[in-house]
Structures are given as structure tokens and as C-alpha cells.
Design a protein around this ligand. Structure first.
Ligand code: ZN
Length: 89
């Protein structure tokens, strides 16, 4: 397992500080879309890519509801998106 999330997280913090410049004071930053996963009994975080979708629910009589519902389905990366190392299963 690599430490890319930490390494690139620090780089992103530095970029955020530069982006803010003299307009403000940086407080904290973190990756979004990290999911907690169980790898052989040990919990770890993995980057994930949420897929958002919309759909219409179906009534018991087969008709569609007028309102649109939203949901997401998450894809976990099997490999580090930065260095390509395969994550443990
Ligand atoms: Zn990596």
C-alpha cells in the first residue's frame, strides 16, 4: 500500500494555501470521496468515485411517479489513482 493520499494531500494543501494567497488564512483541507473499507478485518480508507443518477420510482400499478428520485452508487478504485499500485483486497 502506498502513501500517495498523504503525499498528494500535502501538495494539495500547499496549492490551496497559494490559491488563497493574502485573501485569507488556510485552516484545513482533506480529500473528498474517501470511503472506509474492511480489508481482511482492518479498516482503511480508499478513494472512490461516486456515480450520481436520477430515476423515477414505479408505483405498484406499474405507473411511474411524476417526481424524479436521486441516488448514488460508489465505485472503489482497485489501484491507486496516483501511482497505480494495486490496493489490497
Ligand atoms: Zn499510490
Amino acid at each position: 500500500m502506498c502513501d500517495c493520499l498523504e503525499v498528494y494531500g500535502e501538495k494539495m494543501e500547499n496549492r490551496a494555501i497559494v490559491k488563497i494567497g493574502s485573501k485569507g488564512k488556510y485552516i484545513h483541507g482533506s480529500w473528498e470521496n474517501l470511503s472506509l473499507v474492511d480489508v481482511n478485518g482492518v479498516f482503511t480508507t480508499r478513494p472512490s468515485l461516486p456515480f450520481a443518477f436520477k430515476y423515477r420510482k414505479i408505483k405498484s400499478n406499474g405507473e411511474e411517479y411524476a417526481n424524479v428520485s436521486s441516488d448514488t452508487h460508489v465505485l472503489f478504485f482497485s489501484f491507486c489513482p496516483f501511482c497505480g499500485v494495486k490496493y489490497d483486497n
